[in-house]
Design a protein around this ligand. Structure first.
Ligand code: ADP
Length: 378
């Protein structure tokens, strides 16, 4: 079959879109991008950049109606517009129905239950008062059903007084506290022919203050048996819910050795950035292949790797200035990816570092070496 480049649109013009564009260019895809920020990381790196609200139905509809395909780099987009566009024949990846589930943490939890997949026990409440009848076992985790990201909209409630003081009065998931031994993630890519590529699990270490991934590493550091189980779980889930596209599955390994699904994202993900340098086909290349109507590539890992987010330094807001880049890049096997955000803010994701090493020991040495080397101030 001859390759015919169809015109596509991407909702969201942040760093994930920017890394997608680097691969979209290789396949000569024509892509326009919608983002509310005129200075978004993608603003200069696409065929057409449109400024507009991703949650506004008419804006998304108007943006998508001359596209052959539409995809996302953020899940907070207007689903009604996508459903209308789908009905009119636009190829939407991921499917709007899946997106609708993912946008609501309550729907996500119900999905795992329906599929009989392991996830922390939960109840759903509409408002604060409902907790009294629903559940009173402390501690628990309260998660806003809608609108949260990067740990915002998630809080631990230790006891009754805590609840009275800071419990959110909004539709929420009330979730059992998991005793987390390790957080891990697996990304699956699925093409329109049903072909799947499942990446090796990565281990995630969080910055407790920012609730953002601080270091992510492959290998995960977990027993092979756990890795296999995690991959099978992600593949099983993707097989059930993902027609085509990418699915990132975040999981907890508990102290009793159970694997629980925490949450999913049907798109490229922070936990897969290292695949750019450390695998045969990166997550962004998979996304570009899928949108081009091509088969997914081999996601085989070619090196142990770690990814460190480069975050805006606390206490600095304004035009971004970087220090430490020379030192970082002087270390063999260190790669820098800056997202082109003009303005830094405390803990804003400004870029990331990937570190490659020959084995686990030297990987960990290099992580220590590069940690804190690059600073973003104003
Ligand atoms: P977000 O969607 O904002 O990323 P998550 O649901 O992933 O939020 O939660 C953020 C973090 O909070 C997780 O990475 C984990 O460290 C912690 N967390 C979430 N749910 C639980 C839970 N049930 N038990 C213990 N910790 C949790």
């Amino acid at each position: 079959m001859e390759f015919v480049n169809k015109k596509g649109g991407l909702l969201g013009g942040g760093q994930l879109g920017r890394m997608f564009m680097q691969e979209a260019i290789n396949l000569n895809l024509e892509v326009k991008i919608l983002d509310p920020d005129p200075m978004a990381p993608c603003s200069k790196f696409c065929n057409e950049f449109v400024v507009g609200n991703l949650m506004d139905e008419e804006t998304v509809y108007a943006f998508g109606k001359d596209c052959d395909w539409l995809s996302i780099e953020i899940e907070h987009v207007n689903v009604n517009a996508l459903k209308r566009l789908k009905n009119e024949g636009v190829r939407i990846v991921p499917d709007p129905e899946l997106l609708e589930i993912v946008q609501d943490k309550g729907h996500q939890k119900n999905l795992y239950k329906t599929l009989k997949l392991p996830s922390p026990a939960y109840v759903l409440i509409e408002n604060k008062a409902e907790l009294n009848t629903a559940r009173q076992t402390f501690p628990f985790v309260q998660k806003l059903r809608k609108g949260g990201y990067d740990g915002k909209g998630v809080q631990v409630i230790r006891n009754r007084a805590d609840w009275e003081e800071k419990g959110w009065d909004a539709p929420s998931v009330i979730e059992e506290m998991a005793s987390i031994e390790k957080e891990l993630a697996v990304i699956v890519a699925r093409d329109s022919f049903g072909g799947m590529s499942v990446y090796e699990p990565v281990g995630m270490d969080f910055n407790p203050k920012a609730n953002l991934v601080e270091v992510l590493h492959y290998p995960s550091g977990l027993p092979e048996e756990v890795n296999q189980k995690a991959k099978a779980l992600a593949q099983n889930l993707a097989g059930s819910i993902l027609k085509e596209g990418l699915l990132a599955v975040e999981m907890f390994l508990t102290s009793t050795g159970e694997l629980l699904i925490n949450e999913i994202a049907p798109r490229t993900h922070n936990s897969g950035h290292h695949t750019i340098e450390a695998s045969l086909t990166s997550q962004f290349a998979q996304h570009a292949r899928i949108m081009a109507g091509m088969p997914v590539g081999d996601g085989l890992m070619t090196s142990p790797a770690a990814m460190l987010n480069i975050l805006g330094e606390p206490g600095f807001s304004g035009p971004a200035k970087y220090t430490g880049l020379e030192k970082a890049l002087a270390i063999p096997g260190v790669y820098v990816n800056l997202y082109g955000k003009a303005i830094t803010k405390p803990m804003r994701k400004m870029g990331h570092l990937t570190v490659l090493a020959k084995d686990w020991v030297s990987l960990n040495q290099k992580i220590v070496q590069v940690k804190g080397l690059i600073k973003v101030q104003s």
